[in-house]
Design a protein around this ligand. Sequence first.
Ligand SMILES: NC(=O)c1ccc[n+]([C@@H]2O[C@H](COP(=O)([O-])OP(=O)(O)OC[C@H]3O[C@@H](n4cnc5c(N)ncnc54)[C@H](OP(=O)(O)O)[C@@H]3O)[C@@H](O)[C@H]2O)c1
Length: 270
Amino acid sequence: MVSYAVIGASRGIGLEYVRQLAGRQNAVVFAIVRDAQGSTHLNAAVSGLKNVHIFEGDVTDYRSLERAAKQVRDVTGGTLDYLIHVAGRTDPETLYQALDDYPSMDALDEDCITAYKINTLGVIHGISAFLPLLRAGPTKKIVVLGSPAGDFRLTRAASIGDMAVYSVSKAGGLVAAMKYAVKLKSEGFCVVLLSPGLVDTTETIPGEHGAATGKALLDKWMVENSHGGPPAPCANPEESVRDQLKVIDSLKTSDNGRFLTYTGDDYVMP
Ligand SMILES: NC(=O)c1ccc[n+]([C@@H]2O[C@H](COP(=O)([O-])OP(=O)(O)OC[C@H]3O[C@@H](n4cnc5c(N)ncnc54)[C@H](OP(=O)(O)O)[C@@H]3O)[C@@H](O)[C@H]2O)c1
């Protein structure tokens, strides 16, 4: 049995991870979500599957993740093979804002703090809560979904002035994951950042008009950031996760500390 915990599994890329991993014969999958009952897409996708367990955990609430880790321990007997940390704040209402788009500094502060708690501190909470189980297992693989948006060089090179708070908070997440890679290297861990590429996850945005609003905002952003050329290709979650799992399946201890893309190559600033 190979055990996987996916943090942030209610929708989007995390949901697709659960869906694809659940199809593996010898896999047990732990879907960690903020609201188990409200995760309607996930519940529909895994209905009747015996190898998927849905446990509640909010990456801004460390105690809730500790409780989820205990529930995982009760199923596996004390180990975990893979931690896949997907949870991120990608709320379309604020995602595309530049720093001077906010109506007030209070509004900017609030968004920064919320994003920091999820995208930066959330990575630290997620890894820390599951570390005892990962340490006790033979595999010791941690994958954190990273975004090139968190690389200040991309901001400069591609002139991306918007997506500001998201980028700042993802930058913190990149560094946090890398700190764990350095600290855990001597224990035989492989901690990597993985960029999923541009993925359209708007279909599972909650709310009556969530998907339509999210798609319209994504399409607008793609056009605005194509600098007159054709918009960059955007994968669907199924394609992206299929590629990401190929990368994860081939991870070796010597890959520790790499920032990989869904193609298996190192992330290199375009
Ligand atoms: N899509 C892309 O093009 C892209 C590109 C680069 C990197 N990424 C990264 O890939 C990851 C997934 O992106 P996505 O497009 O799939 O996003 P998404 O569709 O917005 O899904 C985000 C997921 O994170 C969960 N989440 C948010 N806050 C949480 C919290 N406090 N505790 C636990 N879970 C929480 C959400 O759960 P709820 O349902 O409870 O809100 C949801 O399951 C993110 O880290 C993102 O930064 C995405």
